[in-house]
Design a protein around this ligand. Structure first.
Ligand SMILES: Cc1ncc(COP(=O)(O)O)c(C=O)c1O
Length: 387
């Protein structure tokens, strides 16, 4: 991935660490998807899980709605759109005590298993109900993130849906839609093509009984070489079946590049022949760095630079390390280090392990510049831990 310009001045932040979200970038992405929507007639929902920040959701005015996986996400989405948009709810964890609230918030509700559907069937209301299918085709090597892994808890295998339809066709009377989500950062719509062909072979004419299909998220529209393949697949679906609605629900694509994490160097020393720069941030704030063991992009880092540092986080965890980076200028205490393209799954997963505070949260508004939207304090920490 190529570096991107930092669109704000770090001196304007009150302190570090700080997440900064560039709303202009979110708007560009949203506009891009609105054009895709206009060309393909797909409905586009923002999957809120990568970055459930109210101000970000408000910026998605031109999309049809939101995809959520919990009551809290649903409530945030309702607040952002003032109940004026559609909400798709899908989760393996629908709770009995939240059913009423979830079903009144949702316009589409997808069940994760046939058993979950049976359990709630007597309580169904006016929403449009769907079933999540597991197409049993894997594009993600890491089983921790692969919804189609062996023994997957996500969705119903196609063969089970087929068996159920042939033995108890009435079972599906109240199910109008079908949903799958199989990709992550997929730059290639051939994965979508393969998944659809798997569905068409597996379900054959039974696909015609569904009124809508939701193709999930995980697509990198900007990096995909061939958008015509996407448009072709949607056309084919429209011609071959009776789907009144085709829905996509990207998350990461809309917010990944809008996010920065600004930190400061708070200690510098040499160990085993390498310089270590300790930052006032930690992998607590970018948990996927630790989970995936990946090195996030840092502004100003280039192989050709001669000042090399291991950038380390400030928790007690030995593996709280971001990686090896090279800068043009030497780092010093107080130097700013800016992580780029960290809009997704960072704030949403950040935590206060070691009692290290969460970063401030800023939005870069297009007309008024940087605005702090959230600061966390000792009171938040005390409140969380019962103090
Ligand atoms: C059901 C579902 N839909 C959509 C998404 C969004 O995927 P992404 O953020 O990769 O676009 C996810 C992410 O895990 C998901 O689980």
């Amino acid at each position: 991935m190529s570096p991107i310009e930092v669109p704000f001045r770090v001196e304007q932040l009150d302190r570090t660490p700080a997440f900064v979200y560039n709303l202009g970038e979110v708007k560009n992405r949203t506009t891009f998807l609105s054009e895709i929507k206009n060309k393909s007639n797909c409905k586009v929902f923002y999957s809120t899980k990568p970055l459930p920040l109210l101000r970000i959701l408000e910026e998605m005015e031109s999309l049809e709605g939101f995809s959520v996986s919990s009551l809290f996400e649903a409530r945030l989405a309702q607040k952002a759109c003032k109940n004026r948009k559609e909400i798709h709810f899908v989760s393996p964890g629908i709770r009995n005590d939240q059913w009423e609230d979830i079903s009144t918030a949702a316009s589409y509700l997808t069940f994760n298993s046939l058993e979950q559907f049976s359990y709630f069937e007597s309580k169904l209301g006016k929403q449009s109900y769907g079933i999540r299918v597991n197409p049993e085709i894997s594009f993600i090597e890491d089983p921790r993130y692969n919804p189609c892994r062996e023994f997957s808890k996500l969705g119903v295998p196609i063969s089970q849906i087929n068996n159920k339809i042939s033995t108890d066709s009435d079972f599906f009377k109240k199910i109008e839609g079908i949903h799958f989500h199989t990709n992550f950062e997929s730059k290639d719509f051939s994965h979508l093509a393969e998944t659809l062909s798997r569905l068409e072979i597996g379900l054959a004419d039974q696909l015609k009984r569904f009124k809508w299909i939701n193709l999930g998220g995980g697509y990198c529209f900007d990096e995909s070489k061939d958008l015509s393949l996407f448009f072709g697949l949607i056309d084919e679906l429209n011609h071959s079946y009776d789907f009144g609605e085709i829905i996509i629900e990207p998350g990461n694509f809309l917010v990944r590049d809008c996010g920065f994490l600004v930190s400061s160097v708070i200690d510098l020393f040499r160990r085993d022949g390498k310089y270590i720069a300790v930052l006032d941030t930690t992998v607590n704030h970018l948990p996927e760095v630790f989970e995936y063991q990946y090195e996030p992009d840092v502004w100003g880092d280039a192989c050709s630079n001669k000042n090399e540092y291991i950038l380390a986080g400030s928790s007690c965890l030995a593996g709280d390390v971001f990686g090896v980076y090279r800068f043009e200028d030497e780092l010093a205490l107080g130097s700013k280090v800016i992580f780029e393209k960290v809009g997704s799954y960072s704030l949403a997963k950040a935590h206060m392990f070691n009692g290290i505070n969460l970063p401030d949260v800023y939005c870069l508004e297009e007309d008024t510049g940087l605005k702090r939207v959230k600061s966390f304090t000792l009171e938040h920490y005390m409140h969380y831990y019962g103090g």
